[in-house]
Design a protein around this ligand. Structure first.
Ligand SMILES: [Zn+2]
Length: 164
């Protein structure tokens, strides 16, 4: 499972030997083999909590798949309702997108920078920029429709990132 981020990718734990491995941001949709035991490690199938805004910026600017951001806070009831729906989306769309969670009580700078005024807010980033945003809890099927709409016509892959 994915446990966090570093400057080059998403950190995932090998299910066979628990070795930490990295999925590079530029190849997020592709499974890798464990560096220690060669067990195949799948792409993340669950939302991953963002620990810092620097990780967030690196992820959205370099990711090879769309990033779905769940802005939430622990005290928010509707956020707890939407969490299992996002879990379903992350599982169904594994390899096609990555779902991340931004706790706006912890990463207050992100909430301010993106003007998040109510939670839960869902945003989709593709090609280094935000391409869609919606607020409020909703079922997984609605979330998937929203993501499809937001990413329609957005092209991926090929580019090797751009400095910023
Ligand atoms: Zn392993």
């Amino acid at each position: 499972m994915a446990t966090g981020f570093d400057d080059r990718g998403v950190i995932v734990t090998c299910p066979a030997c628990e070795q930490q491995n990295r999925l590079a941001y530029e190849r997020l949709g592709e499974p890798v083999r464990c560096g220690r035991c060669k067990h195949e490690i799948g792409v993340p199938t669950a939302p991953v909590e963002m620990a810092s805004s620097a990780d967030f910026d690196r992820l959205v600017s370099r990711a090879s798949v769309p990033i779905v951001v769940d802005y939430w806070a622990p005290w928010c009831g509707p956020c707890r309702m939407v969490a299992p729906e996002l879990q379903k989306v992350a599982s169904r769309r594994a390899g096609q997108l990555l779902v991340v969670k931004v706790n706006t009580d912890v990463l207050t700078d992100l909430g301010e920078r993106f003007g998040i005024r109510s939670i839960p807010t869902l945003a989709v980033f593709a090609g280094g920029r935000e391409v869609g945003r919606t607020t409020g809890a909703r079922p997984a099927s609605d979330i998937e429709a929203f993501i499809d709409q937001a990413t329609k016509g957005v092209h991926h892959g090929g580019h090797s990132g751009h400095g910023g």
